[in-house]
Design a protein around this ligand. Structure first.
Ligand code: ATP
Ligand code: MG
Ligand code: MG
Ligand code: MG
Length: 476
């Protein structure tokens, strides 16, 4: 089943059950706590918080999401994209646990000819929050699930809140058992690769006080209206229904891998190290294009920096596959063709998107070429000194001053028979990270007291007010 069809079935199921279909919000919402929209519920926050009356009691959406926190998992696990689509159904004081469980169970297990996804009910496992006996009872009653396939989990996995004080509640998650060849027995608690999480149901019922963080303190009360917030990963369902190995091989992501194979002459599936690169390229190309589509441009701050990092990782990965020509324009085209049917703005705005990626790639290729000169010099010096290890501070300088990624340094060093003092490099990186964390922390505090403006002023000088504008457009 194609990804677009999976989205359509979700929307159809919930609209025919009284939910108002709401279009995806932009990846960029004006929320000071959030770099990018990372869940379907974000655009509905004011309704959940009681700040605005919901215009409908039930809603459904397929939300564009970016999770930068998952970037290091990409290509290595089977299930983490930086950009993915989260389908959700939402109840604002309308149906609660039983309704949410009924809907999810029906859509997941009813046959494909009846409009469902047709998962084998025998291979479904669920988790519930450790004290949520009510949810256990409902899973037994509604789905007939045996106790062996219902696992209790703690707050880290199965309790959700939006920061305290505020609403919170237990979650129940739905997993599909891919089978014994994919890992250990024992349910999601034992192996999250074999048991793939597809859907999270959040039962928003508690009021959490200032001093009631997860686990340690019981909630201070119950919410006047109980809400439902769910999120199902469209790419994960596609991965299972398309009988492929991971989310990167699904119909909307895999074509970029194919393009990269054509360009590089390397074959996906032939070498595990190359394969990670292929998956990173395909994932990041899609995220990059979706972000630019929503107005992000590469830069050195916040959102712009995330985009820059994604695009540069593609260029770097593709070089490690042996391609030296510009590639981003080509990849962007593939993404436009796969994602365009669901997101027509990508087609309408393609010239702009194409311009942004090409310019960023140009700049980065220049960086790479000047970095390469510095690298050659450092390599020659190392050899002259009779050593076979490129010093960590050289690798760090290449990274820090020339934006030269460490794996490229490692690869080029090994081509010349050299090693790199990686430990020294990482120590310097950690020190730098700590410094920027401290900076970020002081910026955070500063945000409330005007310190953020202070640091902009410090960076840009008093007279140049335009500098401030540039900086904010970049980080918006
Ligand atoms: P995981 O434990 O696999 O990292 P999660 O518990 O962080 O997932 P939730 O926050 O519960 O995920 O999000 C709801 C659903 O969105 C998940 O059940 C999953 O189907 C999907 N999802 C979450 N993160 C990703 C991702 N990085 N790529 C693709 N789908 C995702
Ligand atoms: Mg996660
Ligand atoms: Mg999880
Ligand atoms: Mg989850």
């Amino acid at each position: 089943m194609q990804t677009h069809e999976i989205s359509k079935r979700f929307t159809d199921h919930f609209t025919s059950n009284g939910h108002t279909p709401v279009p995806s919000a932009s990846l960029i919402l004006d929320d000071p706590n959030l770099l990018f929209v990372n869940a379907g519920m974000v655009q509905f926050k004011p309704f959940f918080l009681g700040e605005e009356p919901p215009p409908y009691p039930r809603a459904t959406s397929v939300q564009k999401c970016v999770r930068t926190g998952d970037i290091d998992e990409v290509g290595k696990t089977t299930r983490h994209n930086t950009f993915f689509q989260m389908a959700g159904n939402f109840s604002f004081g309308d149906y609660f646990k039983e309704g949410a469980i009924e809907h999810a169970w029906k859509l997941v297990t009813s046959s494909q000819s009846e409009g469902g996804y047709g998962f084998d009910p025998e291979r479904i496992w669920v988790t519930v929050y450790k004290t949520d006996d009510e949810a256990i009872e409902l899973w037994r009653k509604v789905a007939g699930l045996p106790d062996e396939r219902i696992q209790r989990r703690g707050g880290k996995d199965n309790y959700w809140d939006m920061g305290v004080p505020g609403p919170g509640g237990p979650c129940s998650e739905i997993y599909f058992d891919r089978g014994p060849s994919f890992g250990r027995e024992g349910g999601p608690e034992a192996d999250e690769d074999r048991y793939l999480e597809i859907w999270n149901l959040v039962f928003m019922q508690d009021e959490r006080g200032e001093l009631s963080p997860k686990e340690d303190h019981p909630p201070i009360g119950v919410l006047p209206a109980k809400n439902i917030d769910t999120g199902m990963g469209i790419e994960r369902v596609a991965f299972l229904l398309q009988d492929v190995e991971n989310v990167y091989e699904t119909d909307l992501v895999r074509p970029v891998i194919t393009k990269a194979e054509e360009m590089s002459g390397h074959r996906y599936g032939a070498d595990p190290v190359d394969d990670v690169r292929f998956r990173v390229i395909a994932d990041h190309a899609r995220s990059g294009v979706m972000l630019i589509g929503d107005g992000v441009t590469p830069g050195n701050e916040a959102r712009g920096y995330v985009l820059r990092r994604l695009l540069r990782r593609i260029v770097r990965s593709v070089r490690l596959l042996g391609v030296n020509e510009p590639v981003l324009g080509e990849f962007a085209k593939v993404v436009r063709d796969t994602m365009g049917p669901a997101y027509p703005e990508l087609v309408e705005q393609f010239d702009r998107i194409d311009g942004v990626v090409r310019q960023e790639e140009d700049t980065f290729l220049q960086t790479l070429s000047s970095g390469s000169k510095i690298f050659d010099l450092a390599a020659a010096e190392t050899k002259q000194s009779g050593s076979s290890v490129l010093p960590g501070d050289q690798a760090f300088q290449l990274h820090d001053t020339y934006g030269f990624p460490i794996d490229l340094t490692l690869e080029m060093a090994s081509e010349q028979g050299l090693k790199v003092d990686e430990e020294g490099f990482r120590r310097l990186m950690t020190e730098q990270r700590q410094r920027s964390k401290q900076d970020a922390a002081s910026r955070k505090v500063g945000h409330a007291d005007g310190g953020a403006y202070r640091s902009i002023l410090d960076n840009h000088g008093k007279t140049d007010f335009l500098g401030y504008q540039d900086l904010t457009t970049e980080s918006r």
